[in-house]
Write a protein that binds this ligand. Structure first.
Ligand code: DND
Ligand code: ATP
Ligand code: MG
Length: 274
């Protein structure tokens, strides 16, 4: 195994082999323990129709149901947060049905994002690039989730997992802005295995991963943007040998995105100097 590969696997806590049922139990227990330790009233999460939020959402709903069965009081709020008309709205609705959250919303982020465009234009700023505006959309979703959570004494879940962490493939303080990460350490195929164990429909666990943040390229596949396939990233994270050029690309992304996996840099931190 490559030297950096071994370090990454340890830092991200990836296990090369998992028992899906055991992982589901560990992660539901983590959610329940966190509620017990903090006294929070439950969780909020945006549901896109993609693999990660379907899994994290279902785990959250199962966790709060177990809390209530034991006499406690916790609820889960799931929110569809489309920007305008979502092309894969049918998948998002199927995910909402599968997650079966206690409280459900559909809140469109098109107007809040347009308000930023207008404020910039009013100040004489040129229009944002489609790419940067995509990150504004991700951050608008973060604000909406915190708005829902703040009024309820709830916590915001994040869907970051090892295959996104290693590549830094998330928006800093957007979908990366969350209170706890129930999918930490899992790679993409492990997320899929957990969803299958939970009896999710194939439409959801086999769905093509997409950030879907660009107006110009709706539903652009993550693999297309990354120039890497998830099987390559997953194999790398399981300690296998992959095409050296792909391994180098993963390692470049890992090193370049370290700032996203820490609290903001200070003068006395050492990590950013190397
Ligand atoms: N060395 C450094 N130390 C401290 N901060 C640093 C930094 N370099 C950049 N930054 C800051 O970070 C910012 C860039 O980071 P960021 O804003 O995240 O932007 P960036 O990483 O450029 O773009 C986000 C990427 O994540 C992908 N994404 C986003 C959301 C969801 C998903 C998905 O999988 O569904 C994927 C998206 O497609 C895109 O490729 C810079 O504007 C700067 O403020
Ligand atoms: N249209 C949307 N509606 C609600 N939440 C969204 C939407 N798009 C993204 N999100 C939130 O941002 C998170 C990050 O998006 P990401 O694409 O990484 O995950 P996903 O869509 O759940 O799964 P996949 O990576 O397989 O597409 C989602 O898990 C979800 O919580
Ligand atoms: Mg997605």
């Amino acid at each position: 195994m490559r030297e950096l590969q071994a370090k990454i696997i340890e830092e991200l806590g990836v296990r090369p082999e998992i028992d899906a049922a055991e992982e589901i139990r560990r992660r539901i227990d983590f959610l329940k323990d966190y509620l017990a330790a903090t006294g929070a009233k439950g969780f909020v999460l945006g549901i896109s129709g993609g693999i990660d939020s379907t899994l994290a959402g279902r785990l959250a709903q199962l966790a709060v149901e177990e809390v209530r069965e034991a006499g406690g009081n916790a609820r889960f709020v799931a929110a569809r947060l489309p920007h305008g008309k979502q092309r894969d709205a049918a998948d998002a609705q199927a995910a909402m049905d599968f997650v079966a959250a206690d409280e459900q919303f559909e809140i469109n982020i098109e107007k809040p994002v347009a308000a930023f465009d207008e404020a910039l234009a009013d100040a004489g700023h040129k229009a944002l690039s489609d790419f940067n505006r995509g990150n504004v959309k991700a951050r608008a979703r973060m604000i909406m989730q915190y708005a829902l959570a703040g009024d309820r004494g709830m916590l915001v879940l994040g869907t970051d997992h090892a295959a996104e962490s290693v590549t830094g493939f998330f928006t800093k303080f957007g979908d990366g802005g969350a209170d706890l990460l129930p999918l930490a350490g899992l790679n993409k195929r492990q997320n899929q295995a957990l969803l299958r164990e939970l009896r999710a429909p194939q439409q959801l666990w086999a769905k093509e991963p997409t950030a879907d943040l660009l107006d110009g390229q709706p539903l652009r596949a993550d693999e297309d943007e990354l120039g890497l396939t998830y099987p390559q990233i997953d194999d790398y994270l399981e300690g296998r040998e992959i095409d050296p050029a792909a391994a180098e690309a993963i390692e470049r992304r890992f090193t370049g995105s370290r700032h996203k996996r820490t609290v903001p840099a200070t003068y006395w931190d050492k990590w950013w100097r190397s």
